[in-house]
Design a protein around this ligand. Structure first.
Ligand code: GDP
Ligand code: MG
Length: 305
């Protein structure tokens, strides 16, 4: 479909997925794409908001942004919460708050309710894990009503029950999202979409390994970009570029005698092997690019820095 610019019915938008860790955000995305594009992990993620998945159909395109989990033990919850919420909410078309229906609401869920009750962006409240025996839907709705009442209740969220793991309610949610995002052309053209999820995933895995070793030394200064992937029968060769902002940061990423980059690369390759069942060989180049953020056309386009 290359005529979407002339298709007056085509819809497209950015959907931000928020919610605490372990509610099933990654599982949800994986189910949508039926491919492992987002790391399903119990670990707290260190990455910034990132495009996790792009869903394209005849009717519309949805660009999903995932956010790092907010960890309970993380210092000042309120402060973190606000920072996180702000960055994941700004400039998106729909916010999808994922809740674990099999567990009663916690302080973090309440925090999201409070934050979202003040925003005027359309929200979906997604009660996940309904395949489990217990469902605390009533508790969530009651809590929401209490909070929303205090705030004069401008926002009318769309509630939906799903099981990301068992693929229940996923089709409905997609249809509803597509009908709710604005009329507009594809944000990502078809040729860019080829292999995009796999590239994002590989970048994400490598980024995660680097961050684990850097102990958050350079959390915002690094970007990982996958330039190309060559597929062979036995293995895949991947050209990865790590962008840093200053020369001194290049040394930090490499580490003394390569003690950061080498094991990170190895770990990433191992994880990719587990994910895809084929060997991935990463060829990593580190580039110093003062304004790399501006060079990522997609981030620019989406207004993320
Ligand atoms: P995230 O931290 O929000 O991204 O959560 P994950 O997607 O990593 O999921 C956390 C855990 O919940 C994993 O063990 C998933 O298998 C599990 N999970 C996710 N969705 C469902 C669901 O619909 N039903 C059940 N029973 N488990 C789920
Ligand atoms: Mg996740």
């Amino acid at each position: 479909m290359n005529d979407n610019h002339t298709n007056i019915h085509y819809r497209s938008g950015i959907v931000s997925i928020v919610g605490k860790t372990n509610v099933g955000k990654s599982t949800f995305l994986n189910t949508i794409l039926e491919e492992k594009v987002s790391i399903v992990s119990d670990r707290v993620q260190t990455t910034r908001n990132i495009i996790r998945a792009i869903y394209t159909s005849e009717k519309g395109q949805l660009v999903f942004m995932d956010t790092p989990g907010i960890h309970k033990a993380n210092g000042d919850l309120g402060k973190n919460m606000n920072k996180m919420a702000r960055s994941s909410i700004e400039g998106v078309d729909i916010i999808l708050l994922v809740l674990d229906a099999s567990e009663p609401p916690e302080q973090i869920d309440e925090g999201w309710f409070r934050r979202l009750s003040k925003s005027n962006i359309p929200c979906f409240f997604v009660l996940n894990k309904i395949d489990k025996k217990i469902n605390y839907e009533i508790n969530y709705k009651k809590l929401w009503d209490e909070i929303n009442c205090e705030k004069s209740g401008i926002l009318e969220p769309y509630w939906i029950n799903i099981s990301a793991l068992r693929n229940i309610g996923i089709k409905q949610i997609i249809e509803k999202l597509i009908s709710d995002v604005p009329i507009g052309p594809k944000l990502f053209p078809d040729d860019v979409l080829t292999d995009y999820p796999r590239k994002l995933n590989i970048a994400d895995v490598l980024r995660e390994k680097l961050f684990n070793r850097l102990h958050q030394e350079l959390p915002h200064a690094i970007a990982v970009w996958i330039d190309n992937i060559q597929d062979f029968d036995e293995k895949c060769l991947v050209n990865a570029i790590i962008y840093v902002e200053r020369h001194s940061q290049k040394g930090i990423v490499i580490g003394e005698k390569g003690q950061v980059i080498k094991p990170s690369k190895k770990e990433a390759e191992n994880e990719l092997y587990e994910m895809y069942g084929i060997l991935y060989s990463l060829k990593i180049t580190i580039k110093v690019e003062k304004n790399w953020r501006k060079n990522f056309w997609m981030l620019k386009k989406l207004g993320y820095n």
